[in-house]
Ligand binder design. Structure first.
Ligand code: HEC
Length: 471
């Protein structure tokens, strides 16, 4: 890409004339983006916004991270500059530092108004261009927090499958007894789905920035049947066709793929999303697929010809999860904009029927109860909501559950709801009244990962990174 020459030109210019701050006009895209790309984006991208801060777009950079806006009218007040100079700790970039001239560039630019010379929403550094992520498998040196990122409840009520890092735990939901451990997954397990006949469990994930991986497990012997690989990055979501003959996968690589289950062969690639796809779901007829993406849209596809039929627009941030109601007449989607949106849909088009700001933080998953009467949403705000699908009201709000929640699954009789999250605890509630029934599993807590550099030991830093694997 063009960035190498630009940064070289810039470097030469700087060596030749370390101009006083105000002298030259500084271009965001030409002068600063190359620095951000070389020095910052590996830790501050949409997938891994350390400290809540991403430099993928001007808008994200301006918005800042957990501590607030990064820019200010005067550079002395800018948090960005304070981090670069180390008056705010840890000094950025962690593991390196910018030259005085480079910092002077940022200061001069802020003094000149700190404006973007590109569309503020334009992705100036796509995650795909991040050099540090495109590396071979990195051995995990520190214990990874045992997040419960995915849950699936078998239709015979005998098994609750829990997706954690590299392992699926198979437990008896009635007593929490461990029945099996399914090992050998490349990384986090982002989604789990039982086949419609209950005979196979699909577990999806994959090594980030390399490929997607789905392992199919025989649910009587718990032996691996097949590993299907595909995609250029990991898979966030997997869905069985109602006849069990195909599985659809949604990937960080912006595509959806359909595989034939019997052979593992790729049947189709559905392309139309402009960004990572986090969710895919099959309608009960088996003719349509719905997908949700970081491009903020929900799309509905014709499975046979692989064409997008329509797009449901409305979300103002990443869509993390969606589900069809059991009748196939509605889709509910949730995401980073904290909303729960229900759409009336058919094979030709769809309309937003309801839009509720439901949680205080990102909503990570939505599931319908098998009887279709309820819906559950789980959020980074550590709470679960159970919804009455008839009138869209909140029936239960269960709060303060340890940490951000990522996954939810109803029991086959719709009476119980299991939820799991970052703290590795899977809790079961009575869906009707929200009362706790049991804690199925409380995964052993690993110590927080030691910081890579002199970061003040904040256990949340590790969590923030853990979120990279958003479902
Ligand atoms: C090796 C990883 C790494 C690199 C490289 C890095 N950062 Fe950071 N950055 C972090 C982490 C981790 C935090 C959160 C620190 C904390 O809150 O304790 C952070 C926090 C920040 C924050 C504060 C966000 C907020 O609002 O709290 C800013 C601003 C920032 N970084 C800017 C930069 C810039 C600019 C660069 C490049 C010049 C850079 N960082 C490079 C890891 C990195």
């Amino acid at each position: 890409m063009r960035w190498i020459p630009i940064s070289l030109v810039l470097a030469c210019a700087l060596v030749a004339a370390p101009a006083p701050a105000q002298a030259q006009s500084v271009s965001f895209s030409k002068d600063l983006v190359p620095i951000l790309r070389d020095q910052c984006v590996k830790c501050h991208n949409t997938r891994q916004p350390s400290g809540g801060f991403s430099v993928s777009t001007f808008a994200a950079l301006e918005k800042g991270g957990k501590g607030g806006k990064s820019l200010a009218p005067k550079f002395e007040d800018s948090r960005l500059i304070k981090y670069l100079e180390g008056t705010l700790q840890p000094k950025m970039p962690i593991g390196g530092s910018l030259s005085k001239e480079q910092i002077a560039r940022f200061k001069a630019w802020i003094s000149q108004g700190g404006k973007a010379d590109v569309n503020p929403q334009q992705v100036v550094i796509p995650d795909a261009a991040i050099p540090a992520i495109k590396v071979p498998v990195i051995k995990v040196k520190v214990p990874v927090l045992p997040e419960a990122l995915a849950l699936a409840w078998s239709k015979d009520n005998k098994v609750l499958a829990i997706g954690t890092y590299q392992t699926v735990l198979i437990v008896d939901p009635s007593n929490g007894q461990k029945l099996a451990e399914l090992k050998g997954h490349a990384d986090k397990i982002h989604d789990l789905q039982f086949s419609p006949d209950g005979k196979i469990l699909a577990a999806a994930g994959g090594p980030p920035a390399q490929q997607g991986e789905i392992k199919l497990w025989d649910t009587t012997t718990w032996k691996e049947l097949r590993t299907i690989t595909g995609h250029a990055d990991y898979i966030y979501s997997v869905a069985w066709s109602p006849d069990g003959k195909q599985i659809a996968t949604a990937s960080y690589d912006k595509t959806i793929k359909v595989f034939d289950t019997a052979t593992g062969n790729e049947a189709k690639t559905l392309k139309d999303h402009a960004d990572a796809v986090y969710a895919v779901a099959w309608d009960p007829s088996g003719n349509l697929l719905a997908s949700g993406s970081a491009d903020r849209s929900v799309k509905v596809w014709d499975v046979k010809n692989g064409k997008r039929i329509y797009t449901l627009a409305g979300h103002t941030d990443t869509v993390y999860s969606l589900a069809w109601n059991p009748k196939g007449t509605q889709i509910t989607s949730v995401g980073a904009d904290k909303t729960v949106r229900t759409w009336n849909v058919n094979a030709q088009n769809g309309q937003q029927a309801r839009n509720v700001t439901a949680h205080e933080k990102a909503v990570n998953e939505v599931v319908y109860s098998p009887d279709g009467n309820m819906m559950a949403t789980v959020s980074d705000d550590k709470s679960v909501k159970i919804w009455n699908t008839g009138n869209g009201s909140t029936a239960q709000h269960i709060k303060e559950l340890g940490d951000g929640l990522f996954s939810a699954a109803f029991s086959p009789d719709s009476k119980l709801l299991a939820v799991g999250g970052f703290d590795g605890t899977v809790r079961i509630y009575n869906a009707a009244d929200g009362k706790p029934v049991s804690t199925v599993i409380d995964l052993p807590k690993a110590p927080p990962a030691p910081a890579a550099a002199p970061v003040p030991a904040k256990p949340t830093a590790a969590r923030t990174d853990g979120k990279a694997g958003k479902k």
